[in-house]
Design a protein around this ligand. Structure first.
Ligand SMILES: [Zn+2]
Length: 51
């Protein structure tokens, strides 16, 4: 689980502290905007490699 798996408690996009209020795909984020951005990137990546 290397790569996109971020340290719990920190935003997976920018690395700032996340209070757990915003979550997507098991990751924590500092804001809804970063949660949405991350989900969009993961979806694009998944479509790119055909899963
Ligand atoms: Zn962030």
């Amino acid at each position: 689980m290397a790569g996109i798996a971020a340290t719990p408690g920190y935003c997976a996009v920018c690395g700032r502290e996340a209070d757990g209020q915003f979550r997507r795909l098991g990751e924590a984020f500092c804001s809804e905007a970063h949660a949405v951005e991350f989900a969009r990137e993961v979806r694009a990546l998944a479509e790119g490699i055909g899963i």
